[in-house]
Design a binder for this molecule. Structure first.
Ligand code: GDP
Length: 524
């Protein structure tokens, strides 16, 4: 019998991992996929051999630099739940990609290195999650190594993030003696992730725990647990869902400890697909009609096919292969003939995907970041953000004959979110903007490889860029016409003001009180 829509939606968990580089995100991802080994989603995906393609190649630049440039999604099943794990680039030069990805998740796992505590990138990403009220589950990794005291780690989370903590598991032993996890809430232990089922024990004094510890650590463990039970908060669902409290799990992704505890927690307490704000109304996840939005475009996933994949988050209903959807930006229909699910190393044509799922839609440039797809309703999801670039450059082209080709190529790169493109009002050459310098390297490499366009970048006379608007359209027009040489249009033809430095921006903002200068623009 086909699964009911509401049931299918209720078992989806869509999340991302946030962490500082080296905390263990990659290792944890691998283990989640390993334990969630299911490649086949029962009844929903039919793997057809000829349709399975190996995701064989990432961009060359990624290999050369050994960093993850692209964001992707991995779907796996564990217990009764279907998980969509959205990967985010580790390098901060691609931060805008990460922020866009976080608009498509319902929860996040924060991975902390047990020896290092809260590091700068973790803090930054946490702040983004907080802005969006994304509930966070904490995984304290590397307990098999020399680490800080668990109480100290909990305290640091509370102090630095102003976030309440509720330890759900506790490490049995540390460093060399780390030998499993004790669940404070239901008094069970796992000796490692090889234990599929946890074992019920008789409290922290249980003989099974004592046997796992060297003799001189046993009393200390019991005392620690008494203190934890007295001093730590119990888990509270409402505080967690509102983003005020994080349940904390301890483990070692490398040595297979605590990963099952974590997946089960995501299944048990992680939020199901949320209702999504749109311009005209809130869309409930279990509505019959399909709605979705594009949060990521990725090109060159397979060098043999020059395809472009738009990653869409399904917000409501069921996306079915072969259905016609309305692309609300243009009003035109788009045929979803080959939506795809992504797994660890392969992709598979999806026959149907439910609210919460993330699927890739191959296309040749029809879809842009921020696009909304519906079954006909005139409705736009907002909130896929565009960040004011911190680096602005003019693109210098060796061969002037190719100016038109360059224009097209830049337009495409901008639609994919590789760079932002600004066209000056005064007719001078286009300006590209990026958040991190590595994005310029990616642009250069791709223009060369895909369009045979060798380019260089030269300094623009601007370093600050802000989207401008005003309630009084006449005032906006006056500002634009008196600053013509410093105004450009973005991809959507929205005006931006370019200034040589912050001082210049502040000076104008002081003089033009009715003009709003924005550093973040929501798409659409
Ligand atoms: P990422 O940069 O956050 O993706 O981190 P990685 O998963 O690449 O891990 C960084 C380094 O830490 C690698 O050398 C891993 O083998 C190591 N590592 C990850 N998890 C653990 C762990 O639980 N214990 C120990 N001892 N090392 C770990």
């Amino acid at each position: 019998m086909p699964e009911k829509l509401a049931d299918a939606v209720a078992r989806r968990r869509t999340f991302a991992i946030i962490s500082h580089p080296d905390a263990g995100k990659t290792t944890l991802t691998e283990k989640l996929l390993l334990f969630g080994g299911a490649i086949q989603l029962a009844g929903e995906v039919k793997a057809k051999k000829d349709r399975v393609q190996t995701r064989s190649d990432w961009m060359k630049i990624e290999r050369e630099r050994g960093i993850s440039v692209v964001t992707s999604v991995m779907t796996f099943e564990y217990g009764d739940h279907v998980f969509n794990l959205l990967d985010t680039p580790g390098h901060e030069d691609f931060a805008d990609d990460t922020y866009r990805t976080l608009t498509a998740v319902d929860s996040a796992v924060m991975v902390i290195d047990a020896a290092k505590g809260i590091e700068p990138r973790t803090l930054k990403l946490f702040e983004v999650c907080r802005l969006r009220d994304i509930p966070i589950v904490t995984f304290v990794n590397k307990m098999d190594r020399e680490s800080r005291d668990p109480f100290e780690i909990l305290d640091e989370i509370e102090q630095k993030l102003a976030l309440d903590t509720a330890p759900v598991t506790w490490p049995i032993g540390r460093g060399k003696s780390f030998s499993g996890t004790f669940n404070l809430a239901n008094s069970t232990i796992r000796r490692s992730d090889a234990d599929v089922e946890p074992e019920k024990v008789n409290g922290p004094e249980a003989s099974q725990i004592a046997e796992m510890l060297p003799e001189f650590e046993r009393d200390a463990f019991v005392e620690e647990m008494m203190l934890a039970q007295e001093a730590c908060r119990p888990f509270d669902m409402q505080s967690f869902r509102e983003g005020h409290l994080t349940p904390v799990y301890f483990g070692s992704a490398l040595r297979n400890f605590g990963v099952r505890d974590l997946i089960e927690a995501l299944g048990a307490v992680g939020p199901q697909p949320r209702d999504q704000e749109a311009d005209r109304r809130t869309v409930a996840a279990d509505e019959e009609k399909m709605t979705s939005f594009v949060f990521k475009i990725q090109a060159n996933m397979d060098p043999n096919h020059r395809d472009r994949i738009a990653f869409v988050r399904v917000c409501s209903g069921k996306l079915q292969r072969g259905m016609k959807a309305k692309l609300v930006r243009t009003g035109k229909p788009i045929s979803l003939s080959a939506p795809q699910f992504f797994f660890a190393k392969s992709r598979i044509t999806a026959d149907e995907a439910f609210a919460g799922d993330v699927v890739g839609i191959p296309n040749h440039g029809t879809l842009r970041i921020g696009d909304t797809l519906t079954e006909g309703e005139e409705l736009l999801f907002r909130g896929v953000p565009n960040f004011a670039p911190e680096i602005l450059r003019r693109v210098r082209l060796g061969d002037a004959m190719k100016a038109k080709k360059l224009k097209e190529a830049l337009q495409q790169m901008a639609e994919e979110g590789v760079v932002q493109l600004f066209t000056p009002e005064d007719g001078s050459p286009a300006i590209v903007g990026v958040v991190g310098a590595l994005q310029l390297d990616v642009l250069k490499e791709r223009l060369q490889n895909e369009y045979s366009l060798p380019v260089d970048f030269e300094m623009a006379r601007f370093s600050v860029c802000r989207w401008i608007s005003a309630e009084d359209k006449g005032e906006l027009e006056r500002f634009i016409s008196s600053h013509r040489a410093d105004i450009a249009r973005d991809l959507d033809e929205d005006p931006v003001f370019l200034a040589p430095h912050e001082f210049g921006l502040n000076y104008e903002a002081d003089r033009w009180k009715q003009i709003t200068f924005k550093a973040i623009k929501d798409y659409q």
